[in-house]
Structure formats: C-alpha cells, structure tokens
Design a protein around this ligand. Structure first.
Ligand code: TXA
Ligand code: MG
Length: 362
C-alpha cells in the first residue's frame, strides 16, 4: 500500500524546530524520513530498530547484503555504535567530523544487525548539515541512512529527486534545498591490516594521507578496467550509480576528446537516438548543431562544481528522455577521484578512450 509522503520544507541553515520534531517523531516511531546532508540526501531510520531498517531496504529495492551508514550527532555517541574505536578513529573524527568521512569500525551489538548486513562492522559519520544535525538531536537515536535513491539510480542531491524515486514508499522528506557537495562521503575501513578507502568521496584521499601514511585504495575498476570483479567489499559492485540512460565516458587528450564527442553525438542523433551531453559551461557551445541536449556541470575548472552537478545533470537529461549520455573524464586528483569513480560506475564499462591521432575525425 502506498504511503502519503509528507514534504516538510525547512530553511537549510535554521530549520523550523516544529517540523524537525515532526520528522524526529516519525523516526522514533519506526518510520522513514529522507533528509539533506552536505553530500547527498539520506533515507533515515532508527539504527536500533531492525523493523525500520528493513523498510529502508524495501523502499529502495536495495539488496540486504549492502550495509548502511549510521549517522550520529556528536562524537560521544560513537560508543553507542562501535566497540573499542582505535585512537586513529578519534583523531580522524576530530579533524574531519562533522563532514563527508565515513569510518568502518567494529559494530556495537545494540545496532540492528541488518544495518550492517550481518557483518560485525559498522560504518559511521557525523554529517555536516544543520538539518541533519537538528534531526539527529531531536530524534535522540543514531540514524542509519543510505542515499535516498532507488537502488542503482544516481544519488539524490535535491528533495525533488527523492520524491521522484521514493514518493509513496517513505513517510516524509525534509526539504533543505540542494546539497553542497553532491557526491557521497569517503568510506574508510580502519579494521584491515592497513587503512583502506572503500569508496572515494567528499574528503579527498590526499587529505587523509598525512594521518594515514599507509593508506590503500585499489578497486579493480579505477584504472579504467571495465571488468566487474567479484565484489571484495559490499557496495563495490560496478553497477551502482547508473541512470537509466546508457553513459559513454570519453578519456584522453581534451581537444581530441571533445572533437570525438561531437562526432559521436551527431552520429547517434542521426541514428534516431535522443542524445544528452554533460559538459562544463565553457564547453557547451562545441555541441551546438549536433542535436544533443546539454546539461551543465558548472565550471569545468572547479571540481567542486562538477561534483555538485554530476548526479543532478544525469537526472535532468533522463527527464528529457535521452537514451544515451556522453561525458568526458576529469582529472583524477582531489574530488576528481570521486567524480571518476561515479562516472566509471555509471558507464558500466562503456569507456571510449581517444588516445591516438588515428582517432581524430577527419
Ligand atoms: O554521503 C554519504 O555517505 C551518504 C549520506 C546520506 O550520508 N550515504 C550514502 O550511503 O552514500 P550509501 O548506503 O548509499 O553508501 C554507503 C556505502 C556503501 O558503499 C556501503 O557498501 C558502504 O558504505 N558500507 C556501509 N557499511 C559498511 C561496512 N560495514 N563495511 C564496508 N562498507 C560499508
Ligand atoms: Mg547509495
């Protein structure tokens, strides 16, 4: 049966306490509330209530083998979530929380087991958003929240995206406007022989290295390898951030890449395909006359703008009915690594490498 999903609109910086209390009461009663964080919108439920957590998996259509992130309001709550956090966890928390860094630690037994998909570990972070923090304080319980999208859809960076995916399946959405970072948190496992990044995200790997000299990051797909290997860790399945349209990612020297994208866009349009292009503002005029629809990635010089626009741009193009999206690769440093990660996953292996002169269109 469909639920009536309430839309609760609040100011991002000073949310109305009555609306926050309304949302908190839903969480305490075992319901589902989507809320903004600095990264993307999360779909929250009481982390101590396995029934409520089960509803998250059904609403999203998410496999129960993929564990959730638990959100807390302050570092004191860490001991409710994890058993004996190592000293390095406290140092990282001191430097990066509230913020887009998620730590994988040993699970406290009072956390609902389905939060962790049955593992003895748990992922935890303090989000850096006044609405998320107000909700956490008012609810008085840790809130488990995956991104508030249907499984395999791009993460939501606005309340409307949440409604598009989950209206009728969740109790409420706190609308605090668009999210600032637009990419999910960096997930860091502190339980292995060496610390390892499981998902690059809002905190760049370069920012972690000074505290974690032996930091590992080596997913099979990251070097452009298209093959999906057996997932070594939950959530590392290649197909994860896919819009319904096919995504083609172009890599290589910029001038050649842009020329090739223009040719491919024109060819596909002539074949009757509805073509979308994701491009920084300064490159958009290159695609005039190809018949393609273009969505903005902001200024290509600013990785923060590209990151903030990436998922929203995919959704915009899809709404306009495109069946294929062309996008170029960006530099893989800083936030660019998370952008590369999301793009390579969205392509499901369709990488067009434009690397020799013979690739140039005549
Ligand atoms: O920015 C974010 O992280 C957002 C906001 C809402 O906080 N949340 C988010 O959650 O992106 P989700 O569920 O879409 O992604 C969580 C990732 C998944 O890749 C999952 O496999 C991984 O974290 N993860 C969660 N618990 C884990 C655990 N115990 N061990 C290893 N990986 C874990
Ligand atoms: Mg997600």
């Amino acid at each position: 049966m469909a639920l009536e999903t309430q839309l609760l609109s609040v100011a991002a910086d000073r949310p109305d306490p009555r609306l926050i209390e309304q949302a908190a009461a839903i969480i305490r009663a075992g319901g589902l509330v989507a809320f903004p964080t600095e990264t993307v919108y999360g779909l929250g439920a009481n982390a101590f209530d396995s029934g409520a957590i089960g509803r998250i998996f059904s609403a999203k259509g998410r496999p129960s083998s993929d564990p959730l992130i638990v959100h807390i309001a302050s570092v004191d709550q860490l001991e409710l979530i994890v058993l004996d956090p190592p000293e390095i966890a406290r140092r990282l928390a001191g430097q990066f929380w509230p913020g887009p860094l998620t730590l994988v630690l040993r699970r406290h037994p009072q956390i609902a087991p389905n939060v962790s998909a049955g593992l003895d570990t748990v992922a935890v972070r303090i989000p850096d958003h006044p609405v998320a923090l107000a909700l956490l304080r008012a609810a008085g319980v840790p809130i488990a929240a995956p991104s508030a999208n249907r499984f395999t859809r791009p993460s939501p960076t606005a309340a409307q995206h949440v409604l598009d995916d989950l209206r009728g399946k969740i109790d409420a959405v706190l609308d605090g406007g668009p999210t600032a970072i637009g990419l999910e948190s960096t997930v860091l496992n502190l339980l292995g022989a060496a610390p390892a990044v499981l998902r690059p995200g809002g905190v760049p790997i370069e920012a972690l290295r000074p505290l974690l000299p032996g930091l590992l990051f080596s997913p099979a797909y990251i070097d452009g390898g298209a093959a999906e290997t057996a997932a070594s860790s939950p959530g590392q399945l290649l197909r994860h951030y896919s819009p319904d349209a096919e995504v083609l990612l172009f890599t290589g020297q910029l001038d050649r890449v842009l020329a090739r994208m223009r040719t491919v866009a024109g060819d596909l349009a002539r074949q009757g395909r509805r073509v979308g292009i994701l491009a920084p503002d300064q490159e958009q005029s290159l695609f005039e006359g190809t018949g393609a629809l273009v969505a903005s990635l902001g200024s290509g010089a600013e990785m923060a703008q590209v990151g903030a626009r990436l998922f929203a741009g995919m959704r915009e193009l899809e709404e306009q009915g495109v069946s294929v999206i062309l996008v170029r690769a960006f530099e893989r440093a800083g936030l660019g690594l998370a952008i590369w990660d999301r793009l390579i996953r969205a392509t499901e292996g369709r990488v067009v490498s434009v690397d020799s002169a013979s690739d140039d269109p005549a």
